[in-house]
Design a protein around this ligand. Structure first.
Ligand code: AMP
Ligand code: MG
Length: 460
Protein backbone atom coordinates (compact mmCIF):
# COMPACT_ATOMS: atom_id res chain seq x y z
CA UNK A 1 0.00 0.00 0.00
CA UNK A 2 1.21 3.50 -0.70
CA UNK A 3 -0.45 6.78 -0.05
CA UNK A 4 0.04 9.91 -2.06
CA UNK A 5 -0.63 13.00 -0.06
CA UNK A 6 -1.88 16.29 -1.44
CA UNK A 7 0.15 19.49 -1.51
CA UNK A 8 -2.60 22.10 -1.71
CA UNK A 9 -1.36 24.21 1.19
CA UNK A 10 2.22 24.25 -0.10
CA UNK A 11 0.99 25.07 -3.60
CA UNK A 12 -1.31 27.88 -2.46
CA UNK A 13 1.19 29.61 -0.18
CA UNK A 14 4.71 28.32 -0.91
CA UNK A 15 6.14 31.23 1.10
CA UNK A 16 4.63 29.65 4.21
CA UNK A 17 5.76 26.07 3.53
CA UNK A 18 9.37 25.03 4.01
CA UNK A 19 10.07 21.62 2.45
CA UNK A 20 11.60 19.49 5.19
CA UNK A 21 12.36 15.93 6.19
CA UNK A 22 11.47 14.32 9.48
CA UNK A 23 14.33 13.08 11.62
CA UNK A 24 15.19 9.45 10.99
CA UNK A 25 13.57 7.14 13.53
CA UNK A 26 15.93 4.27 14.16
CA UNK A 27 13.83 2.03 16.34
CA UNK A 28 10.10 2.75 15.94
CA UNK A 29 7.53 1.08 18.20
CA UNK A 30 3.82 1.60 17.71
CA UNK A 31 2.36 2.78 21.02
CA UNK A 32 -1.13 3.74 19.92
CA UNK A 33 -3.03 3.41 16.66
CA UNK A 34 -6.46 4.87 16.00
CA UNK A 35 -7.94 2.14 13.84
CA UNK A 36 -11.37 3.75 13.30
CA UNK A 37 -9.71 6.98 12.17
CA UNK A 38 -7.31 5.08 9.91
CA UNK A 39 -10.36 3.48 8.33
CA UNK A 40 -12.01 6.87 7.77
CA UNK A 41 -8.88 8.04 6.00
CA UNK A 42 -8.68 4.96 3.79
CA UNK A 43 -5.48 3.77 5.46
CA UNK A 44 -5.16 0.05 6.18
CA UNK A 45 -4.46 -0.44 9.92
CA UNK A 46 -2.64 -3.72 9.23
CA UNK A 47 -0.31 -1.92 6.82
CA UNK A 48 0.26 0.94 9.29
CA UNK A 49 1.62 -1.63 11.73
CA UNK A 50 4.28 -2.86 9.27
CA UNK A 51 7.78 -1.42 8.94
CA UNK A 52 6.67 0.59 5.91
CA UNK A 53 3.61 1.79 7.83
CA UNK A 54 5.76 2.98 10.73
CA UNK A 55 8.06 4.79 8.31
CA UNK A 56 4.98 6.50 6.90
CA UNK A 57 3.71 7.43 10.39
CA UNK A 58 7.04 8.93 11.43
CA UNK A 59 7.55 10.92 8.24
CA UNK A 60 10.42 8.72 7.15
CA UNK A 61 8.72 7.70 3.91
CA UNK A 62 8.32 11.10 2.26
CA UNK A 63 9.16 14.77 2.65
CA UNK A 64 6.75 17.17 4.32
CA UNK A 65 6.61 20.91 4.94
CA UNK A 66 7.09 22.99 8.06
CA UNK A 67 4.34 25.60 8.15
CA UNK A 68 5.08 29.22 9.00
CA UNK A 69 2.85 31.06 11.42
CA UNK A 70 3.04 33.90 13.90
CA UNK A 71 1.10 34.37 17.09
CA UNK A 72 0.31 36.21 20.26
CA UNK A 73 1.61 34.13 23.15
CA UNK A 74 0.16 35.27 26.48
CA UNK A 75 -0.62 38.56 24.78
CA UNK A 76 2.86 39.21 23.36
CA UNK A 77 3.33 39.07 19.60
CA UNK A 78 5.90 36.79 17.94
CA UNK A 79 6.13 37.39 14.20
CA UNK A 80 7.76 34.02 13.56
CA UNK A 81 6.74 30.85 15.36
CA UNK A 82 5.91 28.08 12.91
CA UNK A 83 6.28 24.31 13.08
CA UNK A 84 9.42 24.05 15.18
CA UNK A 85 9.02 20.35 15.80
CA UNK A 86 6.15 19.51 13.50
CA UNK A 87 5.59 18.79 9.83
CA UNK A 88 2.63 18.77 7.51
CA UNK A 89 3.01 15.55 5.53
CA UNK A 90 0.18 16.55 3.21
CA UNK A 91 -3.55 16.34 2.69
CA UNK A 92 -5.82 13.33 2.32
CA UNK A 93 -9.14 13.77 0.57
CA UNK A 94 -12.08 12.16 2.34
CA UNK A 95 -15.57 12.60 0.86
CA UNK A 96 -14.47 15.67 -1.04
CA UNK A 97 -12.97 17.27 2.10
CA UNK A 98 -9.27 17.69 2.68
CA UNK A 99 -7.72 16.59 5.94
CA UNK A 100 -4.17 17.30 6.98
CA UNK A 101 -1.82 14.56 8.07
CA UNK A 102 0.65 16.21 10.41
CA UNK A 103 3.45 15.09 12.72
CA UNK A 104 4.57 16.41 16.06
CA UNK A 105 7.97 15.57 17.51
CA UNK A 106 9.52 14.85 14.11
CA UNK A 107 12.75 16.78 14.65
CA UNK A 108 14.06 20.33 14.41
CA UNK A 109 12.95 22.53 11.53
CA UNK A 110 14.06 26.02 10.52
CA UNK A 111 11.39 27.28 12.96
CA UNK A 112 12.82 25.40 15.94
CA UNK A 113 14.52 28.42 17.53
CA UNK A 114 16.11 26.96 20.69
CA UNK A 115 13.99 23.81 20.81
CA UNK A 116 15.18 20.26 20.22
CA UNK A 117 12.34 19.46 17.82
CA UNK A 118 11.37 16.42 19.83
CA UNK A 119 8.45 15.22 21.89
CA UNK A 120 8.19 12.76 24.76
CA UNK A 121 5.89 9.75 24.97
CA UNK A 122 3.78 11.20 27.81
CA UNK A 123 2.66 14.45 26.19
CA UNK A 124 1.97 12.77 22.84
CA UNK A 125 -0.20 10.11 24.50
CA UNK A 126 -1.90 12.93 26.42
CA UNK A 127 -2.86 14.57 23.14
CA UNK A 128 -4.03 11.19 21.83
CA UNK A 129 -6.32 10.40 24.75
CA UNK A 130 -7.67 13.90 25.34
CA UNK A 131 -8.39 14.56 21.66
CA UNK A 132 -10.13 11.18 21.35
CA UNK A 133 -12.19 12.04 24.41
CA UNK A 134 -13.13 15.41 22.95
CA UNK A 135 -14.16 13.79 19.69
CA UNK A 136 -16.30 11.23 21.53
CA UNK A 137 -17.83 14.06 23.58
CA UNK A 138 -18.92 15.70 20.33
CA UNK A 139 -16.44 18.57 20.38
CA UNK A 140 -14.76 19.57 17.11
CA UNK A 141 -11.11 18.63 17.43
CA UNK A 142 -8.00 17.52 15.65
CA UNK A 143 -7.67 13.74 15.88
CA UNK A 144 -4.76 11.51 16.75
CA UNK A 145 -3.91 8.77 14.30
CA UNK A 146 -0.91 7.22 16.01
CA UNK A 147 1.84 7.62 18.53
CA UNK A 148 5.12 5.94 17.63
CA UNK A 149 7.92 5.59 20.16
CA UNK A 150 11.22 6.60 18.58
CA UNK A 151 13.58 4.66 20.85
CA UNK A 152 15.52 7.90 21.41
CA UNK A 153 15.82 9.81 24.67
CA UNK A 154 14.36 13.29 25.02
CA UNK A 155 15.89 15.53 27.65
CA UNK A 156 13.42 17.54 29.69
CA UNK A 157 13.76 17.91 33.45
CA UNK A 158 14.55 14.21 33.35
CA UNK A 159 15.46 11.92 30.45
CA UNK A 160 12.27 10.66 28.79
CA UNK A 161 11.43 8.25 25.98
CA UNK A 162 10.73 10.07 22.69
CA UNK A 163 7.69 9.75 20.44
CA UNK A 164 6.13 11.11 17.28
CA UNK A 165 2.42 11.88 17.11
CA UNK A 166 0.61 11.61 13.78
CA UNK A 167 -2.36 13.94 13.88
CA UNK A 168 -5.24 14.63 11.53
CA UNK A 169 -7.02 17.97 11.23
CA UNK A 170 -9.51 19.71 8.97
CA UNK A 171 -6.52 22.00 8.47
CA UNK A 172 -3.70 23.51 10.45
CA UNK A 173 -4.65 27.05 9.46
CA UNK A 174 -4.50 29.13 12.60
CA UNK A 175 -5.25 32.71 13.52
CA UNK A 176 -1.47 32.96 13.66
CA UNK A 177 -1.17 31.82 10.03
CA UNK A 178 -3.07 34.94 8.98
CA UNK A 179 -1.06 37.12 11.34
CA UNK A 180 2.09 35.79 9.69
CA UNK A 181 0.83 36.47 6.17
CA UNK A 182 -0.34 39.97 7.09
CA UNK A 183 2.93 40.75 8.82
CA UNK A 184 4.92 40.07 5.65
CA UNK A 185 3.16 43.06 4.08
CA UNK A 186 2.48 40.91 1.02
CA UNK A 187 -1.20 41.45 0.31
CA UNK A 188 -1.17 38.86 -2.44
CA UNK A 189 0.06 36.22 0.02
CA UNK A 190 -2.66 37.17 2.50
CA UNK A 191 -5.26 36.89 -0.24
CA UNK A 192 -3.99 33.50 -1.40
CA UNK A 193 -4.02 32.20 2.16
CA UNK A 194 -7.57 33.43 2.71
CA UNK A 195 -8.68 32.00 -0.65
CA UNK A 196 -7.18 28.64 0.30
CA UNK A 197 -8.91 28.72 3.69
CA UNK A 198 -12.25 29.69 2.17
CA UNK A 199 -12.08 27.01 -0.54
CA UNK A 200 -11.28 24.47 2.13
CA UNK A 201 -13.64 25.41 4.92
CA UNK A 202 -16.22 27.95 3.79
CA UNK A 203 -16.61 27.61 0.01
CA UNK A 204 -18.24 30.52 -1.76
CA UNK A 205 -17.96 32.96 1.14
CA UNK A 206 -16.62 36.50 0.90
CA UNK A 207 -13.70 37.48 3.13
CA UNK A 208 -16.01 39.12 5.64
CA UNK A 209 -18.36 36.13 5.63
CA UNK A 210 -15.34 33.91 6.17
CA UNK A 211 -14.47 35.92 9.25
CA UNK A 212 -18.07 35.69 10.44
CA UNK A 213 -18.00 31.89 10.03
CA UNK A 214 -14.84 31.64 12.12
CA UNK A 215 -16.41 33.84 14.81
CA UNK A 216 -19.47 31.58 14.87
CA UNK A 217 -17.49 28.33 14.99
CA UNK A 218 -15.20 29.55 17.74
CA UNK A 219 -18.15 30.85 19.75
CA UNK A 220 -19.79 27.42 19.57
CA UNK A 221 -16.54 25.58 20.24
CA UNK A 222 -15.69 27.55 23.36
CA UNK A 223 -19.26 27.17 24.62
CA UNK A 224 -18.80 23.40 24.33
CA UNK A 225 -15.54 23.60 26.27
CA UNK A 226 -17.36 25.48 29.01
CA UNK A 227 -20.15 22.90 29.18
CA UNK A 228 -17.61 20.16 29.76
CA UNK A 229 -15.27 22.06 32.07
CA UNK A 230 -12.47 21.83 29.53
CA UNK A 231 -9.59 24.25 30.03
CA UNK A 232 -7.37 24.56 26.98
CA UNK A 233 -4.61 26.16 28.98
CA UNK A 234 -2.72 27.96 26.22
CA UNK A 235 -5.13 29.83 23.97
CA UNK A 236 -2.41 31.69 22.10
CA UNK A 237 -3.46 32.86 18.65
CA UNK A 238 -1.24 30.18 17.09
CA UNK A 239 -3.29 27.59 18.95
CA UNK A 240 -6.66 28.71 17.54
CA UNK A 241 -7.83 27.20 14.27
CA UNK A 242 -9.96 28.88 11.65
CA UNK A 243 -11.77 25.54 11.12
CA UNK A 244 -13.22 25.72 14.64
CA UNK A 245 -11.45 22.56 15.80
CA UNK A 246 -9.73 22.38 19.18
CA UNK A 247 -5.99 22.15 18.58
CA UNK A 248 -2.75 21.65 20.52
CA UNK A 249 -3.37 19.72 23.68
CA UNK A 250 -0.55 20.89 25.90
CA UNK A 251 -1.30 22.04 29.44
CA UNK A 252 -5.01 21.34 28.99
CA UNK A 253 -7.11 19.83 31.77
CA UNK A 254 -10.67 19.12 32.79
CA UNK A 255 -11.84 21.30 35.66
CA UNK A 256 -12.51 19.46 38.89
CA UNK A 257 -14.26 21.69 41.48
CA UNK A 258 -16.31 24.32 39.67
CA UNK A 259 -14.54 27.67 39.80
CA UNK A 260 -14.24 30.17 36.93
CA UNK A 261 -10.75 31.12 38.17
CA UNK A 262 -9.40 27.57 37.71
CA UNK A 263 -5.93 27.47 36.15
CA UNK A 264 -3.79 24.34 35.99
CA UNK A 265 -0.97 25.50 33.72
CA UNK A 266 2.24 26.14 35.64
CA UNK A 267 3.20 29.09 33.42
CA UNK A 268 -0.17 30.87 33.44
CA UNK A 269 0.69 32.95 36.50
CA UNK A 270 -1.93 35.62 35.95
CA UNK A 271 -4.71 33.27 34.96
CA UNK A 272 -5.01 34.70 31.47
CA UNK A 273 -6.31 31.34 30.24
CA UNK A 274 -8.37 30.47 33.31
CA UNK A 275 -11.57 28.48 32.72
CA UNK A 276 -13.84 31.50 33.00
CA UNK A 277 -11.68 33.69 30.79
CA UNK A 278 -11.88 31.44 27.75
CA UNK A 279 -14.79 33.16 25.97
CA UNK A 280 -13.21 36.60 26.40
CA UNK A 281 -9.84 35.34 25.19
CA UNK A 282 -11.57 33.71 22.23
CA UNK A 283 -12.97 37.07 21.21
CA UNK A 284 -9.61 38.75 21.80
CA UNK A 285 -7.96 36.24 19.48
CA UNK A 286 -10.65 36.81 16.86
CA UNK A 287 -9.91 40.53 17.04
CA UNK A 288 -6.32 39.66 16.10
CA UNK A 289 -7.68 37.65 13.16
CA UNK A 290 -9.79 40.63 12.11
CA UNK A 291 -6.74 42.89 12.20
CA UNK A 292 -4.86 40.46 10.00
CA UNK A 293 -7.69 40.23 7.47
CA UNK A 294 -8.50 43.96 7.44
CA UNK A 295 -7.12 44.81 3.98
CA UNK A 296 -9.35 42.11 2.50
CA UNK A 297 -12.55 43.54 4.00
CA UNK A 298 -12.36 46.92 2.28
CA UNK A 299 -9.77 49.03 0.50
CA UNK A 300 -10.72 51.91 2.73
CA UNK A 301 -9.27 51.26 6.16
CA UNK A 302 -11.99 52.98 8.16
CA UNK A 303 -14.67 51.09 6.29
CA UNK A 304 -12.75 47.83 6.83
CA UNK A 305 -12.48 48.45 10.57
CA UNK A 306 -16.18 49.21 10.77
CA UNK A 307 -17.06 45.94 9.05
CA UNK A 308 -14.66 43.94 11.20
CA UNK A 309 -15.92 45.41 14.45
CA UNK A 310 -19.52 44.74 13.44
CA UNK A 311 -18.80 41.03 12.97
CA UNK A 312 -16.54 40.78 15.99
CA UNK A 313 -19.31 42.16 18.17
CA UNK A 314 -21.51 39.26 17.11
CA UNK A 315 -19.25 36.94 19.08
CA UNK A 316 -20.81 37.70 22.42
CA UNK A 317 -24.36 37.03 21.34
CA UNK A 318 -23.43 33.89 19.47
CA UNK A 319 -21.41 32.59 22.37
CA UNK A 320 -24.18 33.30 24.87
CA UNK A 321 -26.81 31.65 22.71
CA UNK A 322 -24.68 28.53 22.30
CA UNK A 323 -23.77 28.50 25.98
CA UNK A 324 -27.36 28.91 27.20
CA UNK A 325 -28.64 26.28 24.81
CA UNK A 326 -26.02 23.81 26.00
CA UNK A 327 -26.61 24.58 29.66
CA UNK A 328 -30.33 24.05 29.21
CA UNK A 329 -29.60 20.71 27.54
CA UNK A 330 -27.41 19.75 30.51
CA UNK A 331 -30.40 20.53 32.72
CA UNK A 332 -32.81 18.46 30.66
CA UNK A 333 -34.38 21.38 28.84
CA UNK A 334 -35.20 23.22 32.05
CA UNK A 335 -33.66 26.38 33.40
CA UNK A 336 -33.67 30.08 32.70
CA UNK A 337 -30.67 32.35 33.32
CA UNK A 338 -31.59 32.69 36.97
CA UNK A 339 -31.76 28.95 37.63
CA UNK A 340 -28.49 28.35 35.76
CA UNK A 341 -26.77 31.24 37.53
CA UNK A 342 -27.93 30.06 40.95
CA UNK A 343 -26.67 26.56 40.23
CA UNK A 344 -23.22 27.77 39.23
CA UNK A 345 -23.05 29.86 42.38
CA UNK A 346 -23.95 26.81 44.45
CA UNK A 347 -21.33 24.66 42.69
CA UNK A 348 -18.70 27.34 43.14
CA UNK A 349 -19.39 27.95 46.83
CA UNK A 350 -19.44 24.24 47.59
CA UNK A 351 -16.40 23.29 45.47
CA UNK A 352 -18.45 20.68 43.65
CA UNK A 353 -16.81 18.51 41.01
CA UNK A 354 -18.18 19.77 37.68
CA UNK A 355 -18.41 16.48 35.77
CA UNK A 356 -19.74 14.53 38.74
CA UNK A 357 -22.45 17.04 39.53
CA UNK A 358 -24.08 16.91 36.12
CA UNK A 359 -23.67 13.13 35.96
CA UNK A 360 -25.27 12.67 39.37
CA UNK A 361 -27.99 15.18 38.52
CA UNK A 362 -28.80 13.11 35.44
CA UNK A 363 -29.19 10.08 37.66
CA UNK A 364 -31.25 12.08 40.15
CA UNK A 365 -28.95 12.10 43.19
CA UNK A 366 -26.57 15.06 43.28
CA UNK A 367 -27.30 15.90 46.92
CA UNK A 368 -24.35 13.97 48.35
CA UNK A 369 -21.95 16.19 46.41
CA UNK A 370 -23.05 19.48 47.94
CA UNK A 371 -22.36 20.50 51.52
CA UNK A 372 -25.09 23.14 51.57
CA UNK A 373 -28.00 20.69 51.66
CA UNK A 374 -30.67 23.33 52.16
CA UNK A 375 -29.28 25.25 49.20
CA UNK A 376 -29.17 22.26 46.89
CA UNK A 377 -32.60 21.05 47.94
CA UNK A 378 -34.12 24.44 47.24
CA UNK A 379 -32.44 24.54 43.86
CA UNK A 380 -33.48 20.95 43.01
CA UNK A 381 -37.09 21.75 43.89
CA UNK A 382 -37.13 24.69 41.48
CA UNK A 383 -35.44 22.60 38.80
CA UNK A 384 -37.79 19.61 39.18
CA UNK A 385 -40.79 21.93 39.06
CA UNK A 386 -39.85 22.65 35.44
CA UNK A 387 -40.11 18.97 34.50
CA UNK A 388 -36.62 18.26 33.19
CA UNK A 389 -36.15 15.43 30.70
CA UNK A 390 -33.54 13.38 32.55
CA UNK A 391 -33.35 10.71 29.84
CA UNK A 392 -32.18 13.34 27.35
CA UNK A 393 -29.56 14.50 29.85
CA UNK A 394 -27.59 11.25 29.52
CA UNK A 395 -26.62 12.28 25.99
CA UNK A 396 -24.96 15.53 27.09
CA UNK A 397 -23.62 14.97 30.61
CA UNK A 398 -20.65 12.62 30.39
CA UNK A 399 -19.91 9.92 32.91
CA UNK A 400 -16.27 9.72 31.88
CA UNK A 401 -13.91 12.53 30.98
CA UNK A 402 -10.12 12.16 31.02
CA UNK A 403 -9.75 13.11 34.62
CA UNK A 404 -6.44 14.71 35.51
CA UNK A 405 -5.30 12.10 38.00
CA UNK A 406 -6.15 9.26 35.63
CA UNK A 407 -4.36 10.93 32.73
CA UNK A 408 -1.26 11.43 34.86
CA UNK A 409 -1.42 7.84 36.10
CA UNK A 410 -1.75 6.52 32.54
CA UNK A 411 1.09 8.65 31.19
CA UNK A 412 3.44 7.78 34.03
CA UNK A 413 2.82 4.08 33.45
CA UNK A 414 3.26 4.46 29.67
CA UNK A 415 6.51 6.34 30.17
CA UNK A 416 7.67 3.37 32.22
CA UNK A 417 6.65 0.96 29.46
CA UNK A 418 3.20 -0.15 30.67
CA UNK A 419 0.46 0.88 28.23
CA UNK A 420 -2.32 -0.88 30.16
CA UNK A 421 -3.65 2.12 32.13
CA UNK A 422 -3.54 4.30 28.99
CA UNK A 423 -5.54 1.75 27.01
CA UNK A 424 -8.13 1.33 29.76
CA UNK A 425 -8.55 5.10 30.11
CA UNK A 426 -8.89 5.44 26.34
CA UNK A 427 -11.55 2.76 26.34
CA UNK A 428 -13.52 4.60 29.06
CA UNK A 429 -13.41 8.05 27.46
CA UNK A 430 -14.21 6.83 23.98
CA UNK A 431 -17.78 6.11 25.16
CA UNK A 432 -18.17 8.99 27.61
CA UNK A 433 -21.96 8.88 27.93
CA UNK A 434 -22.23 5.12 28.32
CA UNK A 435 -21.97 4.13 31.98
CA UNK A 436 -20.39 0.70 32.29
CA UNK A 437 -19.87 -1.69 35.14
CA UNK A 438 -16.28 -2.02 36.27
CA UNK A 439 -15.39 1.54 35.25
CA UNK A 440 -16.47 3.18 38.52
CA UNK A 441 -13.07 4.67 39.27
CA UNK A 442 -13.09 6.48 35.93
CA UNK A 443 -16.20 8.36 37.02
CA UNK A 444 -14.85 9.44 40.38
CA UNK A 445 -13.19 12.76 41.23
CA UNK A 446 -9.51 12.92 42.03
CA UNK A 447 -8.37 12.48 45.62
CA UNK A 448 -8.27 15.87 47.34
CA UNK A 449 -4.50 15.89 47.91
CA UNK A 450 -4.01 15.38 44.16
CA UNK A 451 -6.33 18.23 43.20
CA UNK A 452 -4.84 20.70 45.63
CA UNK A 453 -1.44 20.68 43.97
CA UNK A 454 -2.24 19.67 40.39
CA UNK A 455 -0.33 21.53 37.69
CA UNK A 456 0.11 21.01 33.96
CA UNK A 457 3.16 21.92 31.91
CA UNK A 458 3.83 23.56 28.58
CA UNK A 459 7.39 22.34 28.18
CA UNK A 460 6.27 19.20 26.47
P1 AMP B 1 3.08 25.22 21.51
O1 AMP B 1 3.17 25.97 22.79
O2 AMP B 1 3.31 23.74 21.66
O3 AMP B 1 1.85 25.53 20.74
O4 AMP B 1 4.31 25.69 20.62
C1 AMP B 1 4.66 27.03 20.42
C2 AMP B 1 5.82 27.12 19.46
O5 AMP B 1 6.99 26.51 20.00
C3 AMP B 1 5.61 26.47 18.12
O6 AMP B 1 6.24 27.27 17.16
C4 AMP B 1 6.29 25.14 18.29
O7 AMP B 1 6.67 24.57 17.05
C5 AMP B 1 7.48 25.50 19.12
N1 AMP B 1 8.01 24.37 19.91
C6 AMP B 1 7.46 23.81 21.02
N2 AMP B 1 8.22 22.81 21.48
C7 AMP B 1 9.30 22.73 20.67
C8 AMP B 1 10.46 21.89 20.61
N3 AMP B 1 10.67 20.91 21.51
N4 AMP B 1 11.35 22.09 19.60
C9 AMP B 1 11.15 23.06 18.70
N5 AMP B 1 10.08 23.88 18.69
C10 AMP B 1 9.16 23.72 19.66
MG1 MG C 1 0.88 25.26 19.18
Amino acid sequence: MSTTLGTQFATAVPEMAVAWEAAEVGDPTLLALNEPLAGELGLDPAWLRTGDGLRFLTGNAAEGVAQAYAGHQFGGYSPRLGDGRALLLGEIEVDGQLRDLHLKGSGRTPFARGGDGLAAVGPMLREFVVSEAMHALGVPTTRSLAVVGTGATVHRETPLPGAVLARVAASHLRVGSFQYARNTGDLDLLRRLADHAIARHYPGRSYLEFFREVVGRQARLIAQWMHLGFIHGVMNTDNMTISGETIDYGPCAFMEAYDPATVYSSIDHRGRYAYGNQPGIGQWNLARLAEALLPLFDEDEDAAVKKAVGVLEEFEGRYLTAWQEGMRAKLGGAGDDQLIGDLLKLLHENHVDHTSFFHHLTRGNPRDLVLDLAGVDAWLARWRAEGPDTAAMTAVNPVYVPRNHLVEEALAAATGGDLGPFERLLDAVRRPYDEREGLERYAEPAPRDFSESYQTFCGT
